[in-house]
Design a protein around this ligand. Structure first.
Ligand code: ADP
Ligand code: MG
Length: 271
């Protein structure tokens, strides 16, 4: 398997019910995702989009089939290992933000780091840095309800990227937002993608596909159409790879994992 392949799904099937009540949310689904792709998934309600994201995100399991994440077959692993992998490798963004109501946003953002072995202080530091990127540094101790929908979704994006995941999954992230907030959220996702991150996003809004490098239309649990709008050779590379290639003065910044903010600061300077 090419080292550039992040996700490989083979013959993935998700069945609900048996006999008369049997139905398939996914049917013999194959998909291969390269690092740096920004895939948008579209299709009518009920065609299996959320099921697909939940399985990729290790929130759910297929009834049948293989799922390789970084070459490792993760379809049959224990729930505990699933949870660990999920925390380390996957960032989620949901339509309704899914923030915890009674936790200040800085603590919401720090949650994915609980499995990481960082101390609470360094978790909060990392969360604070992530919030700064989204210009929410003055609201760290606000509760989610004190923010607008667009701000809450930016908190959710900060939470999704705080642990430097391999892949970011977004299920209709702009579905509850007005067009101005949608635009801001999409620009943030675009910037995250340009840093070399891999994103899979479900949307109902065809206008948003301009941000994608690949658009997949699903129908009845299967792929109907699959169109790449950017060739694999032109996908953005992770910043760490770019730095290695250039061997330049930023090289030391990626070495120290306790200072992830450099990556984010660097991208802000670019703007
Ligand atoms: N827990 C469940 N039990 C039974 N059927 C389900 C369950 N979850 C999803 N489904 C069915 O699976 C299909 C795909 O659902 P979903 O992945 O949510 O679609 P989408 O996100 O594209 O709207 C739908 O027909 C839905 O009714
Ligand atoms: Mg859905």
């Amino acid at each position: 398997m090419s080292e550039n392949i992040l996700i490989e799904l083979k013959g993935l099937t998700k069945r609900y019910g048996y006999g008369d009540t049997e139905s398939f949310a996914l049917k013999d689904f194959d998909l291969s995702v390269k690092r740096g792709e920004f895939i948008m998934i579209m299709g009518p309600s009920g065609c299996g989009k959320t099921t697909l994201l939940d399985i990729i995100g290790l929130l759910d399991r297929a009834t049948q089939g293989e799922y390789y994440l970084n070459g490792e077959n993760v379809a049959g692993i224990s729930a505990r290992r699933q949870a660990k992998l999920r925390a380390k490798k996957i960032g989620f963004i949901f339509q309704n933000f899914n923030l915890i109501d009674d936790l200040p946003i800085i603590e919401n953002v720090s949650l994915p780091l609980v499995y990481s072995g960082y101390t609470k202080t360094s978790r909060l530091k990392k969360a604070s840095t992530a919030l700064k990127r989204f210009h929410l540094e003055e609201r760290e101790y606000y509760l989610p309800y004190q923010l607008s929908g667009g701000q809450q979704q930016r908190v959710a994006i900060a939470r999704a990227i705080v642990g430097d995941p391999e892949i970011i999954l977004a299920d209709e992230p702009t579905g509850n937002l007005d067009s101005r907030s949608s635009h801001i959220v999409m620009e943030e996702l675009k910037a995250i993608h340009e840093e070399g991150n891999t994103i899979i996003m479900v949307t109902h809004n065809p206008a948003l596909t301009v941000y994608a490098t690949r658009v997949i239309n699903m129908l009845d649990g299967q792929i109907d159409t699959d169109v790449k709008t950017v060739s694999d050779a032109n996908l953005p590379q992770p910043i760490s790879v770019r730095i290695k290639k250039k061997d330049n003065e930023f090289a030391s910044l990626t070495e120290n994992d306790t200072k992830p903010s450099k990556k984010h600061k660097k991208s802000r300077r670019k703007k």
